[in-house]
Design a protein around this ligand. Structure first.
Ligand SMILES: *Cc1c(COP(=O)(O)O)cnc(C)c1O
Length: 451
């Protein structure tokens, strides 16, 4: 493609992007049924001949942009979903032009460098051991998978068993301990690793979903203890500082699923909640949630880089032993340069910006909790971080649906201790006081109309 056409194409695309992002302030958070139906416009027989890229982009913008959920805006509170910081978005676009395969250093010196620096910065912000290895993965599910694969490797190695070579048939048993409120992604990782999702010991939890430290005990023998920082409903964090020393004393491997909750470490107001986290052996943290970088992005961090490497090792004639690169720390080989966005986000925010991002989200969550209670609705959790569970009474499910349809904001539903609840998660840098006010007005108006 000649230079002028390419430049026109990319400028037009930038125009679409700016147009889209500016529109987020005024559009409903969820697309209308008509906009969803219009997506049928994408579905035609693959043309025989070529189409101008600009025309392709026009269709993507005209039909695609309205068919998005406005998770990039400030009034999306569903699940635990971050937006994208401007620097991270711009870096994402540049990285698209680079088109790096960041698995190997010889394939992408810059990809390797940015992951290594961003990894270092992340360890510092999350207050995790400096000597740890970091692998950039697709998200906390793969972070959990990779951390637990390393646990499996390390514990069986101690028993004289090479699990990568010999598999699990006939291997010494590994006991796995989780909390009753363990995230499904940990169970999925355990099932993928042959450790089984049902043969785990599930410890009882308190009314916030935290493992009760008084019920925690561990025997000798290969054991993995999976703890959680950030319950998806309540935001609560397991009593890490009480449990981890006991587990370590018995030689267990401690893995923390810290998808969003470990970010509490970045604020001196909240870091007491994750006290003791640094004593664990491996951690999984999302970047696409609270760091507000584009999907998909997360890290596994492991105290022992050599064990992480050994668990992820490959043998191929074209990859002589020790060929350096990010692939040594992750399940995948070829992949995009994930560290680019993390680097850009962290550099642009600085330490104080990261702290501010975390604290603002928590402040907004607190405001929402307070105003909803003043309006007469019950908040079911202790709002310790960015999560709020609201009980609107008997017609909660109906009210959640109506709030979603109203379009001012969007929050999802859950069941908490047998009760239906609306689950508000404030995870976006883009959420302003005005967004919070508007959303509260909508929630309360809709709830009153229905009850
Ligand atoms: C979101 C989340 C996960 C899964 O993360 P993905 O990025 O969706 O893979 C795991 N654990 C917790 C606690 C989460 O909140």
């Amino acid at each position: 493609m000649n230079k002028t056409l390419l430049s026109k194409l990319l400028q037009a695309t930038t125009g679409h992007m700016v147009d889209y992002l500016n529109g987020l302030k005024t559009r409903p958070v969820f697309p209308s049924q008509d906009q969803i139906s219009a997506l049928e416009g994408f579905d035609f027989d693959l043309p025989l001949g070529t189409t101008e890229p600009a025309e392709v982009m026009d269709l993507l913008h005209q039909l695609g942009s309205p068919g998005t959920v406005a998770t990039a805006g400030g009034r999306y509170f569903g699940f635990v979903i971050g937006s994208t910081l401007p620097a991270a978005l711009a870096a994402h676009c540049l990285a698209g032009a680079w088109d790096q395969c960041a698995g190997l250093q010889v394939l992408s010196p810059v990809g390797e460098k940015l992951e290594s620096v961003a990894g270092q910065w992340l360890k510092e912000l999350l207050r995790l051991p400096n000597e740890s290895g970091v692998g950039f993965v697709t998200g906390a599910t793969m972070g959990n998978f990779t951390g637990l694969a390393t646990a499996r490797h390390a514990l069986l190695k101690q028993e004289g068993w090479n699990v990568e070579a010999q598999g699990l048939f006939g291997a010494p048993e590994i006991k796995v301990i989780v909390g009753e409120q363990v995230h499904v992604s940990v169970l999925k990782a355990l099932s993928l690793l042959g450790l089984g999702s049902k043969r785990v010991v599930r410890l009882p939890v308190d009314d916030q979903g935290r493992i009760r430290a008084d019920t925690f005990e561990v025997d000798d023998g290969p054991t993995i203890v999976c703890l959680q920082a950030g319950n998806v409903d309540t935001g609560a964090i397991d009593p890490l500082d009480q449990i981890i020393p006991i587990a370590k004393e018995k030689g267990a491997w401690v893995h923390i699923d810290g998808a969003f909750g470990l970010w509490a470490a970045a604020s001196s107001k909240f870091n007491h909640l994750v006290e003791g986290a640094r004593l664990a052996d491996s951690w999984s943290v999302d970047l696409h949630k609270w760091l507000n970088v584009p999907y998909d992005n997360g890290v596994v961090i492991c105290r022992y880089p050599e064990l992480l490497k050994a668990a992820m090792s490959v043998n191929a004639a074209y990859l002589p032993d020790g060929t350096p690169g990010p692939y040594q720390f992750t399940p995948g080989l070829s992949r995009r340069a994930r560290g680019v966005e993390a680097y850009a986000a962290l550099y642009s925010l600085g330490k104080s910006g990261v702290t501010h991002l975390i604290e603002e989200c928590c402040r907004h969550a607190n405001t929402m909790s307070k105003i909803l209670q003043e309006a007469g609705y019950e908040v079911l959790n202790d709002v310790v971080l960015n999560q709020v569970l609201v009980d609107f009474g008997e017609r909660t499910d109906e009210i959640i649906q109506a709030i979603q349809q109203d379009g001012t904001c969007w929050a999802s539903g859950t069941k908490w201790q047998g009760k239906s609840a609306m689950r508000i998660s404030v995870s976006s840098w883009a959420t302003t006081d005005e967004d919070v006010q508007k959303s509260l007005e909508a929630m309360i108006r809709v709830a009153r109309e229905i009850s």
